[in-house]
Design a protein around this ligand. Structure first.
Ligand SMILES: [Ca+2]
Ligand SMILES: [Ca+2]
Ligand SMILES: [Ca+2]
Length: 133
């Protein structure tokens, strides 16, 4: 009886531990993923190219806009309001790329025009990554 109980406890532990083990690799931020010219940093052109591809992926019906549902949490509600100057409740590609430029600037505190690995791993960098993948 004691064995059966501990066996069940072990199973419960193993099951609850599994998602936690998978998490770190999923949240890992890698400059290389957004760095086609392989210079070790992301410039605005690279960020906007990646973001443009991400936009197309999020917009399978190709109507050219993303609503809150299609954004899948990539933007907070406050961001959606801020980056929707025409206030139609959706983000079109021009608004999306403007948001990327603003987020890029926020993630580049040393203002050298590139995002390095350290800048990408900060909170502003993470917000930028959310728009690029
Ligand atoms: Ca680069
Ligand atoms: Ca809009
Ligand atoms: Ca920088």
């Amino acid at each position: 009886m004691a064995f059966r109980l501990s066996h069940a406890a072990f199973l419960a532990l193993a099951l609850s531990a599994a998602p936690a083990l998978a998490a770190p690799s999923m949240t890992k931020v890698d400059v290389a993923a957004f760095d086609p010219d392989k210079d070790g940093t992301i410039d605005l052109k690279e960020a906007q190219a990646a973001a443009s591809a991400a936009f197309d992926k999020l917009d399978p019906d190709k109507d050219g806009t993303l609503d809150a549902k299609e954004l899948k949490g990539r933007m907070t509600e406050a961001d959606l309001k801020q980056f929707d100057p025409d206030s139609d409740g959706t983000i079109d590609k021009k608004e999306w790329l403007a948001a990327v430029a603003a987020q890029f600037k926020a993630a580049d505190p040393d203002n050298d025009g590139t995002i390095d690995a350290r800048e990408l791993s900060g909170p502003a960098g993470s917000a930028l990554v959310a728009l690029m993948r």
